[in-house]
Design a protein. Structure first.
Length: 75
């Protein structure tokens, strides 16, 4: 495995937070990058959705209590 492929595989492993399955060894370096990019975008999208939902939920909390509740929940 050449250095470029190894680096892209390591990036994919970082996105997966685990070693990729052996079958991923059949992927080209470009395919590894595409997969890692897609995983990163999905994680960012999910995080943004969760943050948006949390902010919407805080609207249910009385205005005077929002600051303390936000600090407790999002330390």
């Amino acid at each position: 495995m050449d250095t470029e492929t190894r680096q892209r595989r390591e990036r994919l492993a970082a996105e997966l937070r685990d070693q990729p399955p052996q079958s991923f060894g059949q992927l080209t370096p470009d395919q590894l990058t595409t997969l890692a990019d897609a995983l990163a975008r999905q994680r960012e999208s999910r995080a943004a959705g969760l943050n948006g939902a949390a902010e919407e939920a805080l609207k249910l909390v009385p205005a005077l209590a929002r600051g303390p509740v936000r600090r407790i929940l999002f330390r």
